[in-house]
Design a protein. Structure first.
Length: 276
């Protein structure tokens, strides 16, 4: 148990739990903050969340990736189980009467190959009924704790926010939101039905960045604009990304030529949202 705890605290030697003054100064210069990623089913939001988290971790920035989906837990879908130091569940945090910083740290999952990354999510076989119901209070306490734990927090929100308290709170409480949609009628129909649910005054439209996702070469700029309106970023389809997703290994490097534009767009998003 001590070995596991030490490994988590390492996150990594020069990390959120024991950073030098020099590193703190460097990270304070960056925007940092909490980023929520949301979009239609199949829009690639989990892919974007993992690739952004990997980009930051590779640059030795301490980042927490929070996977909200409880209907289809994404932990088993983004990397092999052998890449994890140990398995703990997001459900254990939200089931608590009070979500403390210590509780969150205790249930974080560390990645063997990415020292500056920790992850929170539901485990394989779990669902929203595995644990007692939670409220908006626990969701807010979790996000508040993550702000204190790491300078960079990326939240992969569930698509259906009507019954997803954590995702809804994340969209309200985050500093920035990336809103993804594919260039098809189903994505547009989805956004039309879901956006009214965020009609609350707390939903700040100014902090949103619209992103066209998985765009194919045959989809012209006119087609994209007609379907999505003006977009801040355009993520192209990448065969290599698709193969990594199907293999459940999204934290692998992108090395193929066909992924070059995708990689550049990830860099642009990180610079705009986080300043790095």
């Amino acid at each position: 148990m001590r070995v596991r705890w030490n490994k988590l605290l390492n996150f990594k030697k020069k990390t959120i739990f024991a950073r030098s003054t020099e590193e703190k100064t460097e990270e304070e210069i960056l925007h940092g903050g909490v980023l929520a990623i949301w979009g239609s089913p199949g829009s690639g939001k989990t892919i974007l969340a993992t690739k952004l988290a990997k980009y930051l971790a590779d640059k030795k920035k301490n980042v927490v990736l929070l996977l909200c989906d409880m209907t289809a837990p994404m932990l088993p879908c983004i990397f092999p189980p052998s890449d994890l130091e140990f398995e703990k569940s997001l459900g254990s945090i939200l089931a608590a009467t009070h979500v403390s910083e210590a509780l969150v740290k205790h249930n974080m999952i560390t990645h063997k190959k990415l020292s500056y990354l920790t992850i929170l999510g539901m485990l394989k076989g779990e669902n929203e009924y595995t644990y007692p119901p939670y409220s908006e209070i626990q969701a807010r306490e979790l996000i508040d704790s993550l702000r204190k734990i790491a300078p960079f927090v990326i939240i992969d929100c569930g698509s259906y926010i009507a019954n997803d308290i954590l995702s809804a709170v994340a969209l309200m409480e985050s500093d920035s939101v990336l809103r993804l949609a594919n260039c098809d009628l189903k994505s547009i129909s989805y956004l039309s039905s879901q956006l009214p649910l965020l009609g609350d005054s707390k939903w700040d439209a100014d902090k949103q960045y619209k992103i066209g996702s998985n765009l194919k070469p045959q989809q012209s700029l006119d087609h994209i604009s007609q379907a999505l309106g003006s977009v801040a970023f355009k993520l192209p389809h990448s065969q290599e990304v698709e193969e990594q997703y199907l293999a459940g290994n999204l934290f692998e490097d992108l090395t193929m030529k066909d992924s070059r534009v995708f990689r550049k767009e990830i860099e642009k998003i990180a610079k705009e949202v986080f300043g790095c």
